[in-house]
Design a protein around this ligand. Structure first.
Ligand code: AG3
Length: 281
């Protein structure tokens, strides 16, 4: 018998992965959670039927969501990751020797526990002594801080269910306040092809709060449409024009990110550039 996991995106478009084994399934307080072993992508975390990360290609997403903002800041000592309970983003954050403290704020404890158990290559950095884990709602957690974090990374699921508030103005204002005076924040903000209007709305919200707002893209094999968007808000440094210093860059081992990929990620396709220019008017 063949087992397939199918993600249905529209009435006419779905993507499937062939499953070797279903390792775990449960309904948590917040969402449906599954860990499956796929034929081509290794083990994968699936939340509410949407594939979040796989052993094979997690490095692309986690490196690009992390190193673009981290290298855009000259000295990121305190970092907050909201969401990202699988630990992949924290793993990349900790590669930076400047980091003294990395807080993971994840609402669903079961994501952390199951990632620890079934996805050790992604989650193992969660045991590092520099990591503090808070099982809390990010929107409430962020309100507690003023001028605290150099970098905030929002590694959330799609804007449905528990993650919806993590794309709203109130949350972004909270992040602005929680950042230091030269702080930077980034959020995963969906597909430029399938969610163009949504991405532009997020961009407009961020641009109304932060002096510098940028969108960058990367190609992620396991996400809908392949191309994926990230939105940055920065108080001082422009991530689109920065080049990581060779001394810093040399110290970090990556498989996807490098200074050229950093610069290239800010190149936007014509249809999207046009839409962005319209949105800025
Ligand atoms: N967070 C982003 C998942 C978004 C995927 N959406 C989709 N395929 N429609 C992933 C968490 C990884 N740490």
């Amino acid at each position: 018998m063949e087992l397939w996991l199918t993600e249905q995106h529209t009435d006419g478009y779905s993507v499937s992965w062939k499953i070797k084994e279903t390792l775990h399934v449960e309904k948590t307080r917040y969402q449906h959670l599954a860990i499956v072993d796929t034929v081509d992508f290794g083990r994968a975390l699936v939340l509410d039927g949407i594939l979040q990360t796989t052993e094979k290609d997690e490095f692309v997403y986690h490196e690009m969501i992390t190193h673009v903002p981290m290298f855009s800041h000259p000295n990121p000592r305190r970092v907050l990751v909201i969401g990202g309970g699988d630990g992949g983003t924290i793993k990349e954050v900790l590669k930076h020797p400047e980091v003294e403290k990395a807080v993971l704020c994840e609402i669903d404890e079961r994501v952390i526990e199951n990632s620890r158990r079934f996805l050790p290559t992604i989650s193992s950095a969660l045991d590092d002594p520099r990591v503090e884990i808070r099982v809390e709602d990010g929107i409430e957690y962020i309100k507690k801080f003023e001028g605290e974090f150099d970098v905030v990374i929002v590694d959330s699921s799609d804007p449905v269910g528990p993650a919806t508030v993590l794309f709203g103005e109130e949350f972004y204002r909270g992040i602005f306040k929680a950042l230091t005076e030269d702080g930077i924040f980034v959020a995963q903000t969906e597909s430029p092809l399938f969610n163009k209007e949504f991405l532009l709305k997020v961009y407009r919200t961020v641009a109304a709060i932060f002096p510098i707002a940028r969108i960058y893209l990367t190609a992620i094999a396991t996400y809908i449409g392949g191309y994926w968007g990230f939105t940055l808000g920065s108080k001082k440094y422009d991530p689109a024009t920065i080049t990581p210093s060779p001394e810093r860059w040399k110290k970090i081992k990556t498989d996807f990110y490098n200074p050229e990929m950093h610069r290239a990620a800010f190149a936007l396709p014509e249809f999207f550039k046009r839409a962005l220019q319209e949105a800025q008017k």
